[in-house]
Design a protein around this ligand. Sequence first.
Ligand SMILES: Nc1ncnc2c1ncn2[C@@H]1O[C@H](COP(=O)(O)OP(=O)(O)OP(=O)(O)O)[C@@H](O)[C@H]1O
Length: 689
Amino acid sequence: MTINEKNTDGTLFLKDVTVKIENRLKEIREDLSEGQKEIENMHEYYWDNYTEMDQYGYEEYDNRQALLQQTNANTEKLKLKHRFEKMLDAPFFGRVDFAFEGEEESEPFYIGIGNFAEKTGMTPLIYDWRAPVSSLFYDYDKGEASYEAPAGEIRGEITSKWQYKIRGGKMVYAFESDTKIDDEILRQELGSSGDVKLKNIVRTIQKEQNAIIRNTKDRILVIQGAAGSGKTSIALHRIAYLLYHDRENLKSSNVLILSPNSVFADYISHILPELGEENIQEMSFDIYAYHELKGAVPDCEDRYDHLERIMKFPDSGEKERFRLKQSEDFVGMTEGFLATLEDRLIDFKEVSFRGAKLTEEDLIRLFYFKFQETPLLKRMDAVMEYFVDAYETLKGRDISDEDRELLQGKFDSMYVSKDLYEIYGWLLEDYGFDPLPDVPYERRKLQYEDVFPMLYLKYRLTGRNSRKNIKHLVIDEMQDYSFLQYTILKSLFECRMTILGDYAQTLDTKQHDVLKFLPKILGRDIRTVILKKSYRNTYEIARYAGKISGITDLDLLERHGKPVEEETFSSADALLDAVSENLNLGEDGYETGAVLTLTEEEAYDVYRLLKNRGTEASYVDRDSSAFKRGLTVTTFYLAKGLEFDQVFMIQPEKDNPLASQAAYICATRALQELYVYGVENGGNSDENK
Ligand SMILES: Nc1ncnc2c1ncn2[C@@H]1O[C@H](COP(=O)(O)OP(=O)(O)OP(=O)(O)O)[C@@H](O)[C@H]1O
């Protein structure tokens, strides 16, 4: 029986292909050890013959090149080795039998996590899920179908479709299905615990998700998707797809993901390696901003300080001020301020230097006309360079470092201030905001509401270096970025973008209208895709979450589970008893659970009380950087983007402006079970005292 024989249940092919993968692995291991020896020999030759190499260094150059080539070849082999080792565990997960238009016989195409051929250059026995032909598997039922190949559209007919589950090299199940990815398999994938972190979904990518992953046309793709619709998963699979198809131009170091915090970064960190790609850089925009502002302020508050404050002091006016300072109106105010700043910032004084001179009139001409386009805080440097050039040409020699320093002092002294902190303070005062505290540099701490406005002002005053090495930017949780932040991002990144989020999961009391203002900032070449099908939660949890958010038009996967349990207890003690009773983690239970609160203080209290009772838990705060198996205690805002098998959501005792947002975010974090617990007013625990 040949491995191409049709209508098998895949077991024979599995046997055959496993042997072939093993053989290939053996060859690769031998090549690798040969290659390693080769490198060692080259090193030895180099050291033995170093002194005798030709004086121009040609031989040395050749040696280095050969060494580099061999190292690169070894790295490529190592990657292949990793891929094939992974494939030995589960070589393929799908198969389409496709009869090309005009042909009677159909050909089987097995689909797996990567390509596999017996030898480099031979027709693959297994196709990478990202190969053009593999889209047949995700996009079509049995019947007429087509796919986009580099040479154009290929038409034909799918005569049969199979889905497999292979673990440890053994076939767990195989079944033929007429339809796209069968819902039953999807339910099984979602219902099965095992992975703690976000998993790859290559086995069950849905058609609408596949269209996003394989979209290469749109420069800026915006995905608005309901909680649990797979946005983060899709964005990462899309990067894997783009890296595979554009290897020449796009390397993993050219892709950057803006992620909300380090725990989230850890949570998603293994998907790309699992898909055979290197991990991509990750950055929090807040941390980037703090670095950029270091010259003006040694310390900045973070977003979580701001959130905690608006929960504690809802009527302080902070929410409204924050919103205004991140808005389009504030960008307008800053521009208005900049228009009058030139006159206010500079006090022109004639410059004389060793017989040469720049009169006030000269300075004004250069400053306002010749260097008009140079950012204000850099403009005097440009005028100085102009003067230095003219002086050096006249004298026929360069000026000394001491003289340059002297001149720099003279030109700098024309600025009334070069301190961004002070200048930003003027802007606030001009528009009637409270001024910044007048303290020396070491004692400055910027409130979160001022971080991005100050960064915007900085870039307008000094210019910015756009990040040209980044060719694709991924922005997750798009609803948490403001008009002002997108304006700054646009000036920093001129590249393709995948922007994803869910306006219902905002961390504000009011939803930002991101989808409306994005085209204003990023231009017209934006394509927005809306995802309404939610996969994460059981039907019961999704319905419950829908009631909180008022979102009723969701398409829910019929995966049923335990009803949501809502209960109010007479004391914190009784509440924690209920948590302990229902917690079902460990060998025979689930992998992950979370107790989620609104504020940091509440989270820490619960964590402490649980610990006192001997319940193992990890406390995740803003400085945490790892997502762990077991029970996690944290706030709703740090749990955003994550998921847990069991969620215990603790309702606040006092009114809280973010209560409804928090409830929606907490509820949608639960994969299998959701408990909504509260304590009656006045309920108090002895342990709590
Ligand atoms: N096609 C799919 N097959 C299997 N699982 C899927 C699929 N799509 C999504 N999922 C699962 O649904 C869950 C939610 O996915 P993901 O976290 O990517 O969604 P999200 O839209 O980013 O969620 P949120 O906005 O709520 O954080 C994950 O467990 C993911 O593995």
